[in-house]
Ligand binder design. Structure first.
Ligand code: PMP
Length: 354
């Protein structure tokens, strides 16, 4: 009986999945919020909603993300759904989109499903982005600018300004922004940036709940997309429950707990494997010793009882990343992270013949 996206594989301590530690999913607090939403809104919590999302949640999102008004916010079924909708509204099949390289690999599928052509660029290089945007008349740039997946790195304020000065819309996929372990990261502040938010990392991915912030005009266009319009929005009941979860203070408390716990995860794994520490998010982007190929290492690592995602999978053209692997420190508790790192080091030793 299959219920969840992945079941642990026997004998493998898996550093591949960007999933939350199960005990950090807030089951009891969510149950309280669900009861409270039904108490507060009664039947209105269970009927068709308002297409851009219910006002209490849109207002909370606007305040949390420093948007001028709730009219700039749109409730989605997660960042993946947000990207699907944005690709539908901002691009036509056959159009080109620029994708930062490396970047979140599942975004490639979402964009190619819409019939879009992907051109990899480096978001740190705003001039290159501008050149490629003009050359391909690109519909937009896709980038994960904060605690990126897979690199863990963030664009600086200057890099953000330089990108925003290019003449194309920027779609920033930003699900890790709240998970900072040292200091809060810089935002994009420009009108041509469309932001995809998510409750998957801060509350629970099974909710399938997130948001888009954009201009009121784009929000109105999103609300007219057929599937959104006909369903009276998406996840109305879940969205009202989230509004209660936020208003009760449970959200703030939970995010503070996540920062504490995942900071420890980050420290344990980066020390055990001698990798650079990202300032937030869930990933280490480990550089392999000279001559070790990421895809070949994977088979050996799995024989040693651990796993990861090889670097090339995060490059739209697969050209790059053979000397890198993405390690996720979110799913396993600290003691298992230490053991997974030990196994990975054994695998590395066996392939590099040391
Ligand atoms: N974007 C990025 C960069 C991610 O890392 C993830 C989660 N792996 C997602 C989107 C998916 O988010 P959601 O669950 O909100 O669709």
């Amino acid at each position: 009986m299959t219920i969840v996206q992945f079941e642990p594989r026997d004998g493998i301590l898996d550093l591949g999945w960007g999933h939350p530690l199960p005990e950090l999913l807030p089951a009891a607090a969510w149950a309280t919020a669900a009861a409270s939403a039904l108490d507060t809104y009664g039947w209105k919590a269970l009927t068709y909603g308002h297409a851009p999302g219910p006002a209490p949640l849109r207002e909370w999102i606007a305040a949390r993300t420093n948007e001028q008004s709730a009219d700039c916010t749109f409730v989605t079924a997660g960042a993946s759904h947000g990207l699907t909708l944005v690709a539908q509204v901002l691009a036509e099949p056959g159009d080109t989109v620029l994708v930062d390289s490396p970047t979140y690999h599942y975004a490639f599928r979402i964009l190619t499903d819409r019939g879009l052509r992907l051109v990899p660029v480096r978001a740190e290089d705003a001039d290159e982005v501008g050149r490629q945007a003009r050359r391909h008349r690109a519909a937009f740039l896709y980038v994960v600018p904060t605690f990126g997946n897979p690199t863990g790195r963030s664009l600086s304020p200057g890099q953000r300004r330089a990108l925003a000065a290019q003449d194309l819309p920027i779609v920033e996929d930003d699900p890790y922004r709240e998970l900072y372990y040292d200091r809060s990261p810089p935002p994009f502040t420009d009108a041509n940036v469309i932001s995809l938010g998510s409750f998957s990392k801060t509350v629970a991915p099974g909710l399938r709940l997130g948001w888009i912030t954009a201009t009121p005009d784009l929000v109105a266009r999103l609300a007219r997309v057929g599937s959104v319009h006909s369903g009276g929005g998406v996840n109305h009941t879940t969205a009202l429950t989230m509004a209660e979860f936020a208003a009760s203070g449970a959200y703030g408390k939970h995010v503070a707990l996540l920062r504490e716990r995942y900071r420890t995860h980050r420290d344990v794994l980066s020390e055990a494997i001698n990798a650079d520490r990202p300032d937030g998010g869930w990933f280490l982007w480990l550089r392999l010793p000279d001559g070790v190929d990421a895809e070949s290492l994977l088979a050996v690592a799995e024989r040693h009882g651990t796993s990861f995602v090889p670097g090339p999978r995060f490059f739209a053209d697969r050209r790059g990343g053979s000397d890198r692997v993405r390690l996720s420190f979110s799913l396993l508790p600290p003691a298992e992270l230490t053991e997974a790192a030990r196994r990975l080091k054994l695998a590395l030793r066996s392939v590099s013949g040391q």
